[in-house]
Write a protein that binds this ligand. Sequence first.
Ligand code: SF4
Length: 188
Amino acid sequence: MEQNIIISNLNDFIFCPRSIYFHKLYSSFDEALYHTTYQTKGRHAHKTVDKQKYSTKKAILEGINVYSEELGVSGKIDLFDVEKGILTERKNKIKKLYEGYYLQIYAQYFCLVEMGYVVKKIRFHSLSDNKIHDVALPGNNEKHRLKEIITKMKLFSLEDKNFTQNPNKCKMCIYKELCDYYKGDQTC
Ligand code: SF4
């Protein structure tokens, strides 16, 4: 795998390492062909960010590129209020805060800090129910975990003989019809 890890892939990798390959392979195809309704809604939630239309206030950075040399990651942040030091990652609907979500926002945080910004608060915004989920700022333990996952991402291969799929995840996976490990309604 390429050495520079894309921040948004952290969540995919935590869900299933193999999904990153399908994501890359099919990223040039029409997403509607394989995205579930839920994920399509999530994509729409980020459209304003991708097009940088959310706010005209100069104190709000929207969808800007960030990078951390120390971690070897790059990607985009969602919203960062420079004056208040608040980093916000919006999701269409948050039912549960998964580890992948945390790693994503931690990576964004470390990138901003390395780039010289003062980040005082990080949070998720669940759009459909308008709920804010505040997250404690990451420290050394969280950075260590992030580095551990990034190293695993760099080392992972589709030929990895130690890989075992999680049947419950396979059933929810948008790439299941493309993946050799999915066995239909039977357990994978
Ligand atoms: S079908 Fe299962 S093994 Fe294949 S990418 Fe999806 S979650 Fe991973």
